[in-house]
Design a protein around this ligand. Sequence first.
Ligand code: ADP
Length: 876
Amino acid sequence: MAGKTTPMMEQYLALKREAGDCLLFYRMGDFFELFFDDARTAAQVLDIALTSRGEHGGDPVPMCGVPVHSAEGYLARLIKAGCRVAIAEQVETPDEAKRRAKSEGKPSSKVLVKRDIVRFVTAGTLTEEALLEPRQANLLIAMVEVRGTIGVASCDISTGAMVLEETAPAMLPATLARLGPTELVAPEDWSEPDNGWTLRPRSEFSSDAGADQLKRVHEVATLDGFGQFSRAMLAAAGGLLAYLDHVGRGQLPLLLPPQSRDGNAGMAMDETTRTSLEILNSVSGDRSGSLVAAIDRCVTGPGARQLAEDLSAPLLDRGAIEARLALVQFWHERPVDRANLRDIMRTIPDIGRALGRVIAGRGSPRDLGQIRDGLREAQRICDALAQQQDRPALLDLLLPRMTGHGALIDLLERALVASPPTERSGGGFIADGYDASLDELRDISGNARRAIAAMEARYRDETGITALKIKHNGVLGYFIEVPGRHGDALMEPDSGFTHRQTMKGAVRFNSIALHEEATRIAEAGGRALSTEEAHFEELVENVGRAQNAIAGTASALARLDVAAGNAERAAEGDWCRPAISSDSVLEIASGRHPVVEAALTKTGERFVANDCGLRTEDRLWLIGGPNMGGKSTFLRQNALIVLMAQAGGFVPASSATIGLVDRLFSRVGASDNLARGRSTFMVEMVETAAILSQASDRSFVILDEVGRGTSTYDGLALAWAVVEAVHSRIACRCLFATHYHELARLAESCDALTLHHVRAREWKGDLVLLHELAEGPADRSYGLAVAKLAGVPQEVVARAQSVLEKLEAARNETGGIAVGLGDLPLFAAAPTADPEPSAEDTVSKALRDTDLDSLSPREALDLLYGWQRALKSTNP
Ligand code: ADP
């Protein structure tokens, strides 16, 4: 039989409905309890005991709980596991509940304390220090499509930084890959939402509401002062703010004025390129092994976050790049000053995030202390730097942002103790001498405490019980305790003591005098607490008034840290300042791969530096040589050097001239996308197609082993066609690694293509890889030697050797598989013998007649090329 639903269960279920797909943390005393499926999920993720309680609908209710005082750690684990949590707190005390019941005419014993969801905790809306990675940004993104354009609003709630931008639907994956959000909010009518996205009602993504909200938050009549914002951007902002309002239950976090970003202004990289270059994460998904891990020498969390942002969004504006480089050079040339700066910086707290917590209403006295210390140190740094000669322009821009907080620093210094606690409820954070009335209250408590100490001595004398003690606990408050055997003496009616509790081995009493002093302490303590609380609010208000300026100081400090850190890294590794050029060049002398070099150094091996020299008339390098010879390392290191240079940093080379790159493409390393149900070859072709359609003559492309995923003939044919297209149609700078010797013949027809190889030697039957790049075609592939090196059994290698000899003999007789290719005219037009009908007609007829299902990807690509060529040849 179904059990009766208790009032508590009714309340729970109502809150659960509100919480939707969030786990509901239901506050009961000192615990947050979870029930039903929530309990099952949480118990599994947190590895805590699943119990049960009462019953619902005839079944026991599964339940688990976490203590309130350690809830943060559990929350962190749930969020990491992809859960979202709604926190339902008691919003009235039991006394208030009883009074309410009385006024409603209900029996006060049965009344249930009111509970409400006070906050939703989601990955993108965290501010707690314990839940955030100090060196990683935590971006929440809202996006919405408005008339064919996607507006993207991104915000790091922990610091309040907010950016609005627009992107074309086709570029959305690249934009999202650049931003790397922790949580993504989209309207519920989004056509193909990803599993982890948070979907919200479409009506929340309103550009008018977004604009109004932003104006209200920033107290301005127009947003023009912040930048130009399109409808799509404002609609995304509307969605973001509505979501923040929802998760914070009406309390908005810190929001700095929105910045408008032109998504096309920087160097573009798509998702595959980012993954392949392992910029912020290595293939395994960790930070270790990534570019940022190998080059980050920042001494603060905000600096590390800024560096990650710089590397994710390299610039295209020469002036801006040179400005950053000049600041790095400034620190590079001043090792002593740099060390001093970094020593001070190391002690500076993360004031941006402390500010975020304070404004979100989750700040602690310690956060205020951090802001005080951070602003004070920023001022010190600013004073010292203002004395420096030959300051670069960027430094002159940063200095004014690090100063001007004198009054606030002074206030916080006077008001707060040196190291304020993280808990504000216990008081004790307002400094002595700040408020005379608070000092007085503290005196009263202090005197009463001393009086109690004196009382203990007096009672011992009077009773002759030397073991008598006056103690304090949370339940009884102050009490007198004597060992059990002395209890009776104090029980006497005229003893002046009243019995309170008998314990095993001890008896506890009260006395009128003790009660008086205790009351004095409690009253003064209570008033002191509320006085401190009021001061806290005042201080928060003062900080709030300066929030934009404080955030400005935080970002100026981060920028300084990035520059000094890069200079430090450059000094460590003997890196150089790249020259930035607007020509299509890429001249790198003694370039190195920062990650591979660091890994080799650890094992005591030496990294072989290599040069790269691409320019308009020699823009495509075809690189051959054995597997494991260092081809993809070479390709990647040059792409990384471009990226680091355009991010405004020094680069691992002895000299470098970087002609600005508008788009960087990297297709290196098997990015097997089998999880998405595509074969390796299909993935390769899709990616190649993207390059062929998106690259411009200002782009830089690195391609590794195009065509490896299919048969030799197909693969060679495709590689051939792709090289031709990159060379002649796109005409961009390109490094192309291949194991097809036959491609070498392209050097005859492509005049800006040259041949290179990674060197290897066979010595006493063993293969020695020199990792050194040399000019000219690879003489042979050393495939069998590599196989031997890899431990393939001797008899298999020997057998392969005899097969190879047969094949080579046959090749020499026929001229090899590429025979005749040298005569193939570049982009030979598809045979269009009949001038009638028009090319358009022919192509549409062909398209209509094609059975798409029967095509291999390669055939499809060939057809597309053919059609495009046909169209272009008649209508160039
Ligand atoms: P390939 O692409 O030719 O198969 P890789 O670039 O993957 O070769 O390099 C294989 C290994 O050789 C790397 O993991 C690295 O340990 C080593 N290596 C590559 N380049 C260098 C170099 N320039 N100096 C020293 N070792 C290198």
